[in-house]
Design a protein around this ligand. Structure first.
Ligand code: ATP
Length: 209
């Protein structure tokens, strides 16, 4: 079985996350994509984020239309900050026969050396780095292979790094939160980037107003 993992804050989940996951799923013939909301965000401590429970709920609502997508509670269940390397260790022991592909945007990969045990991370899972507008791919960190749009890639035995330059999703959770706070007409634009069930959850719970 091939499992892709997309970790994040998901405050809120948006169509950019879903599109990136879909691109990786089809390029690598992935059986399941696990979306893993962080309990707290190790890389984003400069602001108060929405409670882990609301963020998990939004992920569950956002992925539910996609049969291969799962909302994973592995990090929120810990009720404390978890690092990716620990999450991957746990996933590997839960699914001993699976191959793992860890997905991240070029923004996250730019600071990859600051991640806990980042060298070991290269050995625990394949990395699929998806282009994020405005963030250049760092080619100096590790040997990598560029994946073309529509290409089907056979995963090698040994974990490798892949770059998907064709992913083009100009959206961030930050811009969506800001647009919601500003109200109309900005929030109407934000709504287009957010799955309908997630939008309802945001409105009913006044998460960003
Ligand atoms: P924020 O604006 O609050 O920092 P975000 O939009 O970056 O949030 P995260 O939940 O932090 O969303 O992102 C989770 C993962 O998804 C990260 O690896 C990030 O690089 C990737 N990602 C998020 N948005 C995009 C996008 N528009 N294109 C490609 N990758 C993305």
């Amino acid at each position: 079985m091939r499992i892709a993992i997309l970790g994040g804050t998901f405050d809120p989940i948006h169509n950019g996350h879903l599109a990136a996951a879909r691109s990786v799923a089809s390029a690598f013939c992935i059986d399941e994509v696990h979306f893993v909301p962080a309990y707290s965000a190790p890389h984003k401590q400069s602001r108060e984020s929405t409670s882990a429970f609301h963020r998990f709920a939004m992920v569950a609502l956002g992925v539910s239309p996609f049969e291969a997508f799962r909302a994973s509670a592995i990090e929120v269940d810990a009720l404390e900050k978890r690092y990716t390397v620990d999450t991957l260790d746990t996933m590997r022991s839960t699914y001993p026969d699976a191959q793992f592909v860890f997905i991240m945007g070029t923004d996250m990969y730019q600071d990859f050396e600051t991640w806990k045990d980042y060298r070991r991370l290269f050995t625990l899972a394949h990395l699929a780095i998806v282009h994020r507008p405005g963030f250049e791919f760092r080619s100096d960190l590790a040997p990598h292979r560029v994946v073309q749009d529509g290409e089907m890639v056979a995963l090698p035995e040994k974990p490798a790094v892949f770059y998907l330059p064709f992913v083009e999703q100009p959206v961030s959770s930050t811009s969506l939160r800001d647009a919601c706070r500003k109200g109309e007409p900005f929030s109407a634009n934000a709504q287009q980037w957010i799955p309908p069930a997630v939008w309802n959850h945001i409105e009913r719970n006044k998460l960003y107003s």
